[in-house]
Design a protein around this ligand. Structure first.
Ligand code: ADP
Length: 406
């Protein structure tokens, strides 16, 4: 059973082809700089020895339509997929599903209209996701296509946690509320945590920390998200690569008054020039750790601030959950930075959270535990796999339609 997962951006298409029966990745790649004079396709195909062979193509690709054709041709040449008829489904990552989409959804004209209507909530993402959906629907009309939303997992958050304390009519007329993002990742690592712990997910209280360029925390009770740090947009919450996370909203008006900056300029500063980059000039955690080791005080401060913010959310979500079974670190920084994991958990032994330095320093591509023997809360490092989660949700959505009452 072959499933293609597509993550379409405004100038890029990421894709991964799964054989869901064998549980393997057949091919994957990313096409970047669509619409520019030179585009770049990096494609990997699994060879007979099970290793991934890589090719790079640098032809100009005018638009998403041409991009999808190029990806189809490369999948064909590499032998991974001769014809789209071999596909059982295509799963599309869609960033914003608003309050309309609470689960993966089979795409039709009405669904496309709704995703488009939700674009003001995610102006950079939803239109780009739609470009991928539309070309895939045209190129493979016979293949069931499923939209998997970043926001859907957080639709279980109760109203007292998703409403902001602003006038109700602004919520009703303009949909101003917390939605949360990284849902497929939080969902995936929560399920993996249950498997690793050998306990049913519906009996577990978890805090999951997705720490990549974008970062968010989630409180998960019995497999359901009950709160998350990103809000109406991905700007709220933890300190990120270039996003500020939580700030006093009055700062925006103050800055406009003081500097004369336009609204769009302030928005761009908070999204693209803040976070780690704003504090120390660099947004890549590997570089920041190196700078900090060499004595750079701004880099040291950035690390301290990131860890402090994560710690505050751990405390808040611990209180909300009442009992905590496991804390889960995932994504680039969560999976690979012992320094940030240690910093975020430092001084939390009174909450039963204690990290063993030796276990924390290990390097592994698989999931591992890093708590001490005395820690009552398990602390887990679990590699995320959003593409696999999208592929699995795509299969589940297709199969639910094939049931006797479909
Ligand atoms: P994205 O949100 O773009 O998917 P990733 O999940 O790949 O991001 O995470 C990117 C972040 O992970 C970057 O800040 C990068 O520096 C950091 N990172 C990757 N490897 C390491 C490492 N070995 N040590 C510390 N940070 C790392």
């Amino acid at each position: 059973m072959k499933i293609l997962v597509i993550n379409s951006g405004s100038s890029s298409i990421k894709y991964r082809l799964f054989d869901m029966t064998a549980g393997t990745v057949l091919a994957s790649g990313v096409l970047e700089q669509i619409g520019e004079t030179q585009s770049r396709l990096t494609h990997q195909t699994r060879n007979a020895r099970g290793e991934m062979d890589e090719i790079v193509k640098t032809d100009a690709v005018a638009d998403h339509q041409a991009g999808f054709q190029l990806i189809g041709a490369v999948l064909g040449e590499s032998g991974a997929l001769q014809d789209t008829k071999e596909l059982s489904g295509i799963g599309h990552r869609v960033v914003h599903g608003g309050e309309e989409f609470k689960e993966p959804t089979r795409i039709n004209a009405a669904v496309i209209d709704t995703i488009r209507r939700l674009s003001p909530l995610a102006p950079l993402h939803n239109p780009a996701n739609l470009l991928g959906i539309e070309v895939a629907m045209q190129s493979a009309p016979q293949v069931p296509q499923i939209a998997v939303f970043d926001t859907a997992f957080h639709q279980s958050i109760p109203i007292h946690a998703f409403r902001y304390a602003i006038p109700q009519d602004l919520y009703e007329a303009h949909h101003v509320r917390r939605y949360g993002f990284h849902g497929t990742s939080h969902d995936y690592v929560a399920k993996q945590a249950a498997t690793l712990m050998g306990r049913p997910l519906n009996a577990l209280n978890l805090i999951t920390l997705h720490l990549g360029n974008g970062a968010s925390a989630a409180a998960i009770k019995g497999g359901k998200s009950i709160d998350t740090s990103m809000g109406m947009t991905p700007l709220e919450g933890l300190i990120m690569g270039t996003r500020c996370g939580d700030i006093d909203p009055a700062i925006i008006f103050y800055l406009k008054r003081k500097t004369g900056l336009a609204r769009d300029e302030v928005e761009s500063i908070l999204n693209q020039d803040s976070g780690l980059k704003g504090i120390c000039g660099v947004n890549d955690m590997r570089q920041i750790e190196e700078l900090a080791r060499s004595g750079n005080s701004q880099a040291q401060l950035a690390i301290e601030m990131v860890c402090y913010r994560i710690k505050k959310y751990i405390g808040a979500y611990y209180a909300v959950l009442g009992r905590l079974d496991a804390l889960v670190f995932t994504a680039g920084i969560g999976e690979k930075s012992p320094l940030i994991r240690a910093g975020a958990c430092r001084g939390l032994s009174h909450l039963g959270i204690e990290i063993d330095p030796e276990k924390n320093n290990q390097k592994s591509k698989k999931a591992f535990e890093i708590q001490t023997r005395g820690s009552t809360v398990k602390v887990l490092v679990i590699p995320t796999n959003e593409e696999l989660e999208i592929a699995e949700q795509t299969v589940a959505c297709i199969e639910s339609r094939r049931g006797p009452n479909a």
